[in-house]
Write a protein that binds this ligand. Structure first.
Ligand code: ADP
Length: 653
């Protein structure tokens, strides 16, 4: 599954990712919450803005309409009492004093002339041109018979202002008008309360958006939403606009939000860092586990026993191979002081002495051999190398020994020694065999000569007719023959002493051919044909002379076995083959074969069925073959008779 890439969502990974995901979700939820709060706030702000601006508009509306009423009353009084009557002036002054936005009151006569002005005018101000919007408004007031507002205009020294014209009727006739000039700036200053001015910038704008008057507390503040309400009266497209100030109130909240986000971000980052760290740690742990497993496997697979001891000689460590070797478990060994349970009680003195040598740091550099005991009681030979154990801090903390079980090696050495002995014995036996036959052949002439000289002497002595000279000659000749016999024996003796097998690689086929060459004359004498069938040649590591001896013995036996066979059938076959790292030589005859009870004793020394047989041949042959790590056996031949076969390991350079 991993190969397809969609199984990376491992349950453990999910658990590890949870805090990070949770933290991210919290941060996201916080963001959503803050956004919702903000939206709420904006909505609330907008609602408040609308309510406040409506309130301001109401206030202005109320003041303008009540101003219009008061002016209408003044105009009424001016109509009744005359424009310049004291109560009218007093009322006008009162109106001026109590209405700060009211800049001026002018009472004009029917002809437009100024009849009264409050405050008094330094120079005459002509009435507005009847065709101008202001003039139209004044005319409208007269025609409607009620106070009418005019459009905004720039009044010198007042900024933008509006005029309120109230008609004056006297005796049912239009007799002029009272005009009140209202400063827009002053109106805002007066009727927009501080708490509104603190939150908003309030402006009066005309139809095309030109600001005519404004009230502001805070300058250069950032502005937010604004809302506009028509101001009627006075109309003419005038409107009140409120624009929210923004910024100063939001600072703590923004700080808070920033802090929350900062914290969430740092939490997410630290969680991510922790996860990364965790992952690295897991990877490191996995690597460590692997390393540990590798070391453990290596340690367990070691065939060399390892054992550590501290400087007091206490066992501190034993590996699996050492435990297998001695049979005690590491748990049983660790902590033990000498003598160790695997020390051999009968060697305790020598072992203790060696232990003390090791503790003194005088262990033989090329190791030492020692006998130990297994838990089962079996004694084994160990080859021990001791080396100082240096701990991580560089201090010499004890001794580490590598222990090799060399019992097998020792056994092999012993076997080799025994084999050497066998070889020597075999060589001696061969020599004996040769000696016997040589003695038989070579001692015969001198011995028969001695016997005949002896008979001659005895005959002369018995006949009584002899001379001392004759006897002396015969006895001298007899002595010469006896010496000759002695020489023969000495020579044989010398030969026996010197003969030692010498192994060397040689071609088996050549050895066979040599041996066949030797025996050819004998074979011819017995009317036996020899056939060599070498399908494959092979090299063997052998003593050529000894191998020839084996072949001579086997072929001679085969030839002798065919003495009763029909002369035409007397065939001796010597075959050489090689297969599976083994070379085999078979010697097949067409003799009578081997009877069962003879087969049992065939290799016994001195077993023979022949009148002048020694019975040593096959015994020696087997010894020689085994000396060469081979086997010798026989089986009935398919053509009648028997096949003696020996096999030898093939020699490879
Ligand atoms: P020896 O030839 O001196 O008798 P050996 O040890 O060579 O001694 O042989 C022992 C005996 O084994 C022989 O006497 C003979 O009876 C028997 N033998 C050996 N080779 C053969 C053979 N090829 N066929 C039949 N009998 C054999």
């Amino acid at each position: 599954m991993t190969g397809f890439g969609f199984s990376i969502f491992h349950p453990r990974a999910a658990v590890q990712a949870m805090p990070l995901v949770a933290m991210t979700l919290i941060a996201m939820l916080l963001a959503v919450m803050l956004w919702l709060l903000h939206r709420n706030e904006v909505e609330e702000e907008r609602d408040t803005l609308i309510m406040d601006i409506l309130w301001v508009e109401q206030n202005l509306h109320f003041n303008l309409t009540s101003g219009a009423e008061k002016l209408a009353r003044l105009a009424g009084d001016a109509g009744r009492l005359g424009s310049t009557a004291a109560p009218v002036a007093a009322q006008g002054r009162h109106l001026l004093a109590t209405t700060p936005e009211l800049a001026r009151i002018i009472v004009r006569g029917d002809d437009g002339a100024v009849e009264m002005a409050l405050p008094p005018l330094a120079q005459d101000v002509p009435a507005a041109d009847a065709s101008s919007p202001r003039g139209v408004a004044a005319l409208l007031a007269l025609s409607l018979g009620r106070p009418t507002f005019g459009p905004a205009f720039a009044a010198p020294g007042l900024g933008q202002a509006i005029e309120l014209t109230a008609p004056v009727y006297r005796d049912g006739r239009a007799a002029g008008s009272v005009v009140a000039m209202l400063s827009l700036d002053a109106m805002l200053a007066q009727h927009v309360p501080w708490w509104v001015a603190e939150k908003y910038r309030i402006e009066i704008v005309d139809g095309d958006g030109t600001v005519l008057a404004e009230k502001t507390k805070v300058s250069a503040a950032r502005e937010g939403a604004s809302y506009q309400v028509r101001l009627d009266p006075p109309g003419y497209g005038l409107a009140v606009v409120a624009t929210v100030y923004r910024g100063q109130g939001n600072l703590p909240r923004n700080l808070l939000a920033a802090a929350i986000f900062g914290l969430a971000l740092s939490a997410v980052l630290s969680l991510a860092a922790m996860r990364r760290h965790g992952r690295r740690r897991l990877a490191a742990e996995a690597a460590l586990r692997e390393e540990h497993a590798f070391r453990k496997a290596m340690e367990d697979s070691l065939t060399v026993g390892m054992r550590a001891r501290d400087r007091a000689g206490r066992i501190t460590y034993a590996n699996a191979a050492f435990c297998r070797m001695v049979g005690w478990s590491a748990g049983e060994l660790v902590g033990l002081l000498p003598p160790a349970p695997y020390w051999l009680p009968e060697d305790i003195e020598g072992t203790t002495a060696m232990h003390e040598r090791v503790m003194r740091g005088e262990a033989p550099a090329d190791g030492f051999e020692i006998r130990f005991r297994r838990k089962s009681g079996e004694v084994f030979w160990a080859l021990v190398y001791e080396a100082p154990l240096i701990d991580a801090a560089g201090a010499h903390s004890g001794w580490m020994a590598s222990v090799l079980d060399i019992t097998e090696r020792k056994r092999a050495e012993e076997m080799a020694r025994q084999q050497q002995e066998t070889m020597q014995r075999t060589a001696r036996l061969i020599s004996m065999g040769e000696m016997a036959s040589t003695m038989a052949h070579e001692l015969n002439p001198p011995l028969s000569a001695i016997a005949s000289y002896n008979t001659g002497c005895l005959n002369r002595l018995a006949s009584g007719s002899f001379t001392a000279a004759e006897l002396e000659t015969a006895l001298t000749k007899l002595g010469v023959q006896a010496q000759r016999a002695g020489q023969i024996i000495r020579r044989i003796h010398d030969f026996v002493r010197k003969s030692e097998p010498k192994l060397a690689p040689c071609a088996l086929r050549a050895v066979v051919e040599d041996a066949v060459g030797f025996i050819a004359a004998d074979a011819a004498k017995y009317g036996v044909t020899i056939r060599v069938a070498a399908t494959r040649d092979a090299m063997v590591n052998a003593d050529r002379i000894l191998l020839e001896q084996v072949l001579l013995n086997l072929t001679r036996n085969a030839i002798e076995a065919m003495s009763a066979t029909a002369p035409a059938r007397r065939l001796l076959t010597v075959s050489v083959t090689e297969a599976g790292g083994e070379a085999t030589v078979g010697v097949a005859d067409r003799g009578p074969g081997i009877a069962e009870d003879a087969a049992r004793n065939l290799y016994q020394p001195f077993f023979t069925t022949k009148a002048e047989g020694m019975g040593m041949g096959l015994n020696i042959c087997r010894s020689i073959v085994e000396l060469h790590h081979g086997r010798l056996w026989f089986e009935p031949s398919p053509e009648g008779g028997s096949v003696f076969t020996f096999s030898l390991p093939v020699w490879t350079p």
